[in-house]
Design a protein. Structure first.
Length: 231
């Protein structure tokens, strides 16, 4: 029962018709029903052939980061969702003409005779969607951040490394947080400062930060980024 073989044209046609008057597989908000059905489709449906399924697929894709937190049973197979219809074998070798003949005997999507009921359902769905969009738009997207490991190299073994580190940490900027550090032996008594920092990508330029470090010319010979990764 429900949706089957969503990699075939026949399966996508059923899904497309199911979504003709619906924004989600079940209910009025995204749920695990949408997640399991979404994952059963190999790629985005052709918008020209399946406009309703393509619109739904693009919308559900926007929730991928939230899939684990959506309501519903994540273990429920996608074949359990969809219209309550007589089981139809979606055989890729079956000719379209034969499928059309079956349509005369099987009402796949239920009756649309009650226009007033459909209008009420559509109105309720749009109200729920408007509330959901308003709620989602109110959420603040977290700032993109990176953690960086940087080497700051002194002139020689006589450089005051404590003063060098204090000078580096004295550099303050919105979106910049200095972390742990250590002195790493280089050779011939010379040690470099290796320091971690977290930056907000939109606020802090690493190149500009290195220029500021280079201004500590009494202590700093150069600086290098050793590692960088997104948080």
């Amino acid at each position: 029962m429900g949706f089957t073989d969503l990699v075939s044209d026949a399966g996508l046609a059923i899904l497309n018709n199911w979504l003709l008057t619906r924004s989600y597989i079940v209910g009025y908000t995204p749920s695990q029903a949408d997640v399991t059905t979404f994952k059963a489709i190999s790629s985005a449906p052709d918008a020209a052939k399946y406009p309703n399924a393509a619109r739904w697929y693009k919308h559900i894709a926007s929730f991928e980061d939230e899939f684990p937190t959506l309501s519903g049973d994540a273990t429920k197979p996608y074949t359990a969702y969809g219209p309550e219809v007589a089981e139809v074998t979606l055989n890729p070798a079956k000719a379209p003409a034969a499928a059309e003949e079956d349509d005369e005997d099987v009402d796949l999507f239920g009756s649309d005779d009650d226009e007033e009921e459909d209008a009420d359902a559509a109105k309720l769905r749009e109200e729920r969607l408007a509330e959901y969009r308003k709620k989602k738009e109110g959420k603040t997207k977290p700032a993109a951040k990176s953690i960086v490991t940087m080497d700051v190299k002194p002139w020689d073994d006589e450089t005051d490394m404590k003063a060098l580190e204090e000078g580096v940490r004295a550099i303050e900027q919105d979106g910049l947080v200095w972390g742990a550090s250590k002195l790493v032996p280089v050779g011939y008594g010379v040690r470099k400062l290796q320091i971690n920092l977290v930056v907000e990508d939109d606020k802090v330029s690493i190149d500009d930060l290195q220029d500021k470090i280079a201004e500590l010319e009494d202590f700093v010979q150069s600086s290098d980024v050793v590692a960088m990764q997104k948080l």
